[in-house]
Design a binder for this molecule. Sequence first.
Ligand SMILES: [Fe+2]
Ligand SMILES: [Fe+2]
Length: 294
Amino acid sequence: MKAETAMTYQLDKLIGQIKKLPTINAVAFQVIQLCSDSDTSISQLVKVISVDQSLTSQVLRIANSSYFNYPRKITTLERAIVILGFNLLRDIAVSIAIYSLYKGFSAQSGVDLGAQWRHSITTAFTGRAIAEKLDPAAKEVLYIAGLLHDLGKLVELRLLPEEFPMLVEKSRQEGLRLDVVERRLLGFHHGDVGAALLERWNLPEKLHQSTRYHHYPEEFEGDPAVAGLVRQVYLANVVSHYLEGEQPGMEAVVAYDPDFTRYFSFSEEEFLGLVDYAQELIAQNQAFFDIIGS
Ligand SMILES: [Fe+2]
Ligand SMILES: [Fe+2]
């Protein structure tokens, strides 16, 4: 292991290198942009999806999967909307679009894309469960923010291929969260890096902020509506780690983040209710994200 001081790295330098990374494709950009806006109409989304043959065929593949068990083959997007419903079509389209961004990073890096994708999906559905309880209008944007929140880890793995695995190993050895180790050794963390990428891609500002502050919601100063989103993504990530861990109860959450109770005053019962609901949503939707990630 290198000495800690050897790892000092400038965020600006890293951001400079982001230019070399894969750029977002036009369709993924439009799908994310449209779905982050709660007023999106069916026809707008269909128009965007239908110009992309690969996205169209992936949506149809999911509509025709055994999960929906529809007796006749679905060959058009219009028919898929009737079978799946608009909300599900929107989820599928935005998930495929974001998964394509993940794939873009993994091409050369040897990343465990499966684990990262599962964590992102878990966070997305947990985010939706939280929004349904606390802020129903934010359901879709929370889903997207959950899918994007840790994208910075993939960027770091690509741009710091030697340092990043060492940071992960160090966080495991010391029993500390990765962002804590990153801040100590790099001076920034994967939220800063992910936000810089989303900024470069011109995605909506609220998505940069929820990504940048997903471990440090108390540091966000700005639009109170965005502050709410930031805190909900923070909570979704904490719950998602809880769901991925084996320890039961609130202690596991507090062990992951001792500051947890600073932002949310859940009783154990309320918290477990939320976790149950998130698990239910994940189980209901398991099939389609398995297909996307396969
Ligand atoms: Fe994170
Ligand atoms: Fe995360």
